[in-house]
Design a binder for this molecule. Structure first.
Ligand code: MN
Length: 753
């Protein structure tokens, strides 16, 4: 029986006003002119628009926009425009008000931000192009106005804080989305507290037991940890005070999520994780960059007067802030509490009050200080520019958008490496970046033509990883072309996206070439080029898509003469199928006998023998289960593609066997041994010392293929080899072709009969 709950509307109205006043109080310090009036107008509109709506928890809906605005002010440090937008963020999406209404009342900027917020409200279905599409939209708005993402993060944070009232499946979906994209974005924008809280909330809903365990243990060990920290900081505090510094020292436990990750990674219980906390020294310096820095180094010197530092773990983000704006000095020192014999490492973070605020609240907090130092926002600005360029590079392809999403996400958490141009200009790249990444960072044309680099004046290959402080000069050549191999060693999403784009452009030429090769040959053979024929060719040559087919013809992997063979087999197959259709379709055994008669098979076996009569019996190995000699298999008569051999364990087997039993025929391999068939390859390239050796090494050592004969001719530096060898199947051959093509100097590998 539904329970009627009496709602006291007057009480609710009072509560709404109370929350609104709290918001105004938080915003007050920076309100100017008629800011308060505008906020009130937005508040009134939002109340009116959402008046009949309630959240899942039963509370009035307006609590949500007020809370989001409160987060924007208090936790991100955003101003009036953002407060207005936060109050109105769900109005256009969920109520009858339109963007035009908003623009009329609050102007263009507010309308633009709300538009961005409405656009990115779509769901992020994992791995779908829809997800990638929504993600793209989100990034587009990011490059329009970064406040859109910040308000979105505030919105997400409030939803995560109030996730309790949602159904379980919704909880999981929202939580996974949060860890998938929102927490990394918060990190990239330097919103440390928000990122940490989002991660902890994610854990709370997806791993409730692990979360509770760590939370309880942190509470239980708090007193002893506090004692430990108090003892540790005592001498540091004394010295700093004595020298007249204004400062605060805190010992803070790390987030539950990061402890949980550590436990999982190190496979250790809570009790054995030692760096559960970090000590933070915050210097209340004057607002002067020089003063801040020297204060921090002074504190460093005092800390290391008392404790031995681990030099390898000194991180100086004062001289070069991290790309997300983070400035701090990190050291790890050895500490042995008095009366114990167990020493442990303790991490100490030293920074000024201003740096601390940026570390917690990110760039928005920094804007208040703008003019004081520009290095901090440079990192973010540079990043937003990169995002914009990458969006531009991948805008035409959905598949590219999906890949971009992956690359982009993996970059959000990446650490940086600082390098210099020959002119001494600083460039910040992802840790692990190579000379080629650097080249693409300079300009995509420079990247595309890059053949080598000079790092600190020595010549290095383009795959060389860069270290902090390296000075890099790129050497280019007009004839250079980007290659697939490059993707193996670049790490920045900019370089990856650009290389893929360039390769695609080049491949387009092969596609056109391949298509015309096929058309010419078909004309000679009197085959009409229809979609159906292309599809049959695609299946015959084991290609996934028609483009794949064109590409392989264009590249010369498949010789045009092969089409003749296809035509013969197609005609033969039509004959067989005609026979099946007329008399033996109903009886698999009968059909098998027919087949055997036709091919002069042994009479004793009652199954279709496959293997050595590869070229006589018409069958295709099914792609769903890829049978290889030795597998348990059966044959299935298809309408267009002859007999297909499936493994009995194929996922499609139950359906085929139960619903189309009359089309199933028994099949087995003639022998349990792998059968090899002879194939010929023609390899062309530029001659060099050791080329033949390299080719044969791949063929016999890496792929264990027997070579029957090899003939090599060279003419004025051009090399041609004819190799006959035994392969097991076409897959095997394809693998070989791909490997051989990558050998230095080789430019064409083709199969011939
Ligand atoms: Mn919302």
């Amino acid at each position: 029986m539904p329970i009627e709950v009496e709602i006291d509307l007057d009480l609710e109205r009072l509560e709404i006003l109370k929350r609104y006043r709290r918001l105004l109080r938080a915003a007050k310090p920076f309100l100017k002119d008629n800011d308060a009036k505008l906020i009130k107008k937005a508040f009134n509109l939002s109340v009116e628009a959402h008046k009949d709506m309630r959240r899942k928890s039963g509370e009035p809906y307006i609590y949500h926009p007020i809370a989001v605005a409160q987060i924007c002010v208090e936790e991100i440090g955003l101003g009036t425009t953002s407060i207005i937008c936060a109050l109105l963020h769900d109005v256009v999406e969920d109520t009858d008000y339109t963007l035009q209404d908003i623009e009329r009342q609050f102007g263009k900027k507010v309308a633009q931000i709300i538009d961005g917020l409405t656009k990115i409200s779509g769901q992020f279905e994992f791995g779908t192009s829809q997800q990638a599409e929504n993600f793209r939209k989100m990034l587009l708005t990011l490059s329009d106005d970064i406040r859109v993402i910040m308000i979105k993060l505030a919105d997400r944070l409030h939803n995560m804080r109030t996730l309790d009232s949602m159904a379980r499946d919704k909880q999981l979906k929202i939580a996974s989305e949060t860890i998938f994209i929102y927490a990394p974005l918060a990190h990239r924008l330097g919103l440390h507290s928000i990122k940490t809280e989002l991660e902890d909330l994610y854990l709370k809903y997806t791993e409730p037991e692990g979360f509770e365990e760590i939370r309880n243990k942190l509470r239980a060990t708090r007193a002893s940890r506090d004692r430990f920290i108090a003892k540790f900081i005592e001498p540091i505090e004394d010295d700093l005070r004595e020298q007249g510094y204004d400062f605060v020292i805190k010992g803070r436990p790390k987030s539950i999520y990061s402890i949980w990750n550590k436990m999982r990674k190190q496979k250790k219980p809570f009790e054995e994780i030692y760096d559960l906390f970090a000590v933070r020294v915050i210097m209340n310096s004057k607002d002067d960059p020089k003063e801040e820095k020297s204060d921090c180094w002074h504190a460093y010197s005092i800390v290391t007067d008392h404790y031995t530092p681990n030099i390898d773990r000194l991180k100086d983000w004062l001289a070069t802030p991290r790309a997300n704006g983070y400035e701090s000095l990190h050291i790890t020192v050895m500490y042995r509490p008095e009366g114990t014999d167990k020493a442990q490492w303790v991490e100490v973070q030293i920074r000024s009050k201003r740096m601390d605020e940026i570390a917690e609240k990110g760039v928005a907090a920094h804007w208040k200080y703008k003019g004081n130092d520009t290095k901090t926002t440079q990192g973010i600005d540079q990043w937003i520019n990169q995002v914009r360029e990458m969006l531009e590079a991948t805008k035409d392809s959905k598949a590219a958008a999906l890949e971009f999403l992956d690359d982009f996400r993996s970059n959000l958490f990446a650490e940086e490496v600082f390098v210099f141009t020959p002119k001494g200009e600083l460039r910040v790249l992802q840790r692990g970046a190579t000379a080629l990444d650097f080249a693409f960072d300079i300009h995509s044309e420079v990247g595309a033509r890059c053949i080598a680099a000079k790092v600190n004046n020595s010549l290095v290959p383009i795959s060389q990883s860069l270290n902090n402080g390296d000075q890099v000069e790129i050497i280019t050549a007009k004839r250079q072309k980007p290659s697939e191999d490059w993707l193996k060693f670049v790490v920045t999403s900019k370089a990856k996206a650009r290389i893929k784009e360039l390769i695609k452009e080049e491949n387009k030429q092969y596609l056109t070439d391949g298509r015309s090769i096929i058309e010419r040959k078909c004309k000679i053979l009197h085959l009409e080029v229809t979609n159906e024929l292309i599809n049959q060719l695609r299946a015959y040559f084991n290609c996934k898509t028609p483009n794949d087919l064109y590409y392989r013809f264009g590249k010369g992997y498949i010789n045009a003469d092969e089409i003749k063979k296809f035509k013969h087999e197609k005609e033969a197959k039509l004959n067989v199928l005609a026979k099946i259709n007329t008399d033996t379709m109903q009886d698999g055994k009968q059909f098998t006998k027919e087949l055997k008669k036709m091919h002069g098979e042994r009479a004793d076996a009652d199954a279709l023998l496959i293997g050595e009569d590869m070229d006589k019996i018409d069958y295709i190995l099914a792609k769903c289960c890829n049978p290889i000699p030795g597998d348990d298999v059966f044959g299935f008569v298809t309408v267009n593609e002859g007999i297909k051999i499936h493994r009995t364990t194929c996922p499609n087997a139950p359906e085929l066997l139960s619903n189309h039993g009359n089309r199933v025929i028994k099949a087995k391999w003639t022998s349990q041994q792998k059968l090899a068939f002879l194939a010929g390859l023609r390899i062309e390239g530029t001659d060099r010392v050791g080329l033949v050796n390299d080719l044969t090494r791949i063929i016999s050592n890496e792929l264990h293929i027997n070579i029957r004969s090899i003939a090599v001719e060279t003419d004025e530096g051009i090399f041609e080899a004819i190799i006959k060898l035994y392969v097991y199947d076409t897959r095997h051959l394809e693998q070989l072709l791909q490997k051989l093509e990558k050998v230095e100097g080789v430019f064409k590998v083709a199969r011939f009969d």
